[in-house]
Design a protein around this ligand. Structure first.
Ligand code: TYM
Length: 332
């Protein structure tokens, strides 16, 4: 079975609807036909300042949300990035074939460093995408299910794989991005021109998987819409409604056109109320299951340990080949 690899940062107290619809839903669906490896990328999370106590908690919360959403340990490998040292080790090797200018062209780096200011921008933030390439290439990954914002990082990963292969002989599989159609980019409910993000300006536009159901409903009912009253998809003229239609379509698994038809002549109020209900009904069991899993952190840690052993074995084989290819002497 083809290998898929993906990960999310444990950089907040909950995943959000963008993480869920842009990636996690796909992770769950792909388990039947692929050999999936899902990671909590804690090494990536510390590229921006984290409180150590909160980080430890959020790593478990992230893993619990993967499981609650339907990641199934009989079919998938689930582990924490820092448990498998090969990730940092391969990242070092890949950094030696990454151009300085090439890394500097990553738009996420440019955005984040602009926000933080030059003095607060770290080397870790700069080399972030190289570590991401290492994550993916360590497992012979064929495909990477992610949201649209990771497209450029995937391109870099492909370039590095091809470059290494041509310099040292074929070692890496060149992976494809798997990006969903409708939910590749979910936008903030209060500012439907910026993507939904953990670092949102206000909580009102950010729908968290672990939000209390009342809070979720309220966020949808007060979502920013556009002038006019037609429920019609138009990304340029009606970014608010279009975002809500994307959310509705991906949760209900219905085409946008059939939803537009259902609300023809009914205005925004009904539409937002129904959408709120749809999302709440969908997220309630996921939230409940997450909280249940978090009640037993020792069991969660045990499951993550099993995943780390499985991942490490595979990663070490590939890293060993890489070390041979670059000319390191094998340790006896
Ligand atoms: P992260 O933690 O920012 O986001 C996790 C996943 O959620 C997707 N996503 C979105 N999708 C749609 N709309 C949004 N508003 C939205 N916000 C986030 C992201 O595209 C991602 O799929 N660099 C990665 C983590 C990573 C990784 C990897 C991913 C590290 N190593 C290896 C894949 C393979 C990141 O920061 O994701």
């Amino acid at each position: 079975r083809p290998v898929i690899f993906s990960g999310m940062q444990p950089s907040g107290d909950s995943l959000h609807l963008g993480n869920y619809l842009g990636a996690l839903v796909n992770w769950v669906a792909l388990q039947d036909d692929y050999d999936p490896i899902y990671c909590v990328v804690d090494l990536h999370a510390i590229t921006v300042a984290q409180d150590p106590k909160a980080l430890r908690e959020n790593v478990r919360r992230t893993a619990a949300q993967y499981l609650a959403a339907g990641v199934d340990l009989d079919r998938s490998t689930l582990f924490v990035q820092s448990h498998v040292p090969a990730h940092a080790e391969l990242a070092w090797v890949l950094s030696t074939i990454t151009g300085f200018g090439e890394a500097g062209r990553m738009t996420q780096f440019k955005d984040k460093s602009a926000k933080q200011g030059a003095d607060a921008t770290t080397v870790g933030l700069f080399t972030y995408p190289v570590l991401m390439a290492a994550d993916i290439l360590l497992y012979g990954t064929n495909a990477v299910p992610v949201g649209d914002d990771q497209r450029q990082h995937l391109e870099l990963t492909r370039d590095l794989a091809a470059r290494f292969n041509s310099r040292y002989g074929t070692t890496f599989v060149v992976p494809e991005a798997l990006i969903p159609k409708e939910s590749a980019r979910i936008y903030d409910l209060q500012d439907p021109t910026s993507k939904m993000s953990k670092s949102a300006a206000s909580e009102a536009g950010l729908v968290k998987l672990l939000d209390d159901p009342k809070a979720v409903a309220k966020k949808f009912k007060s979502a920013v819409t556009d002038t006019g009253r037609e429920v019609r998809y138009d990304r340029d003229e009606k970014p608010g409604i279009s975002n809500l239609l994307d959310i509705y379509a991906s949760i209900s698994r219905r085409p946008v056109a059939s939803i537009e038809a259902e609300y023809d002549g009914r205005g925004y109020g009904d539409f937002k109320k129904d959408l709120a209900e749809l999302v709440v009904d969908h997220l309630t069991p996921i939230r409940a299951r997450t909280l249940e899993l978090l009640d037993d952190p020792a069991e969660l840690d045990r499951l993550l340990g099993v995943g780390a052993d499985k991942a490490a074995e595979r990663a070490e084989t590939v890293l060993g080949t890489v070390y041979d290819r670059v000319g390191f002497v094998r340790r006896r």
